[in-house]
Design a protein around this ligand. Sequence first.
Ligand code: ITT
Ligand code: NA
Length: 185
Amino acid sequence: MRVLFITSNRGKFEEAKKYLEPLGVELIQKKFEYPEIQASKLEDVVKFGIEWLKDEIDMPFFIDDSGLFIEAFGGFPGVYSAYIFKTLGNEGILKLMDGIENRRAYFESVIGYYNGKLHIFKGIVHGSIGHEKRGNRGFGFDPIFIPEGFSKTFAEMTTEEKNNISHRGRALSEFSKWLKENLGS
Ligand code: ITT
Ligand code: NA
């Protein structure tokens, strides 16, 4: 089956493609600017985006809204992650974290799939913020995020390694389970 992934983020698309294509899903990236409301939960951003997009698109599609939640900052940047990545970047986060001992953080990804009805899939990965940038794979905050139980950052992992443990990988796993059960493919 063919599914559209509405995203401007090539890194998200590559991860979803690696995950879903072996399961027989032909994934197509489409950039379609949709409003992202300033909600306090990723799920609300996704619901609003889907409501806005659903009349514009005539085939099954999904969006992914994700964020990095840093414990010492009460969950910031969270739903503001895209803006903070563009403005402060990884260097800015590292500077803010200078001298802060509690480096715990998590990534969350919420996928909204629409096929006439909305279906939500979520994934979380816990970890910590490193002391410097490491690795050149992945995207976004990957060079400063070290998942729990590992010494490498996400940017030092292959897409498969990251997908096995990441927030997006977990949301994609729930999504693909659902697809299998509901589409008999
Ligand atoms: P869309 O077009 O799909 O919205 P986006 O990059 O604007 O793409 P978000 O609004 O979900 O995505 O913003 C999430 C931010 O968090 C963005 O800056 C990403 O770079 C970052 N981020 C999300 N998932 C990540 C991951 O797996 N690794 C590193 N950074 C991630
Ligand atoms: Na976005």
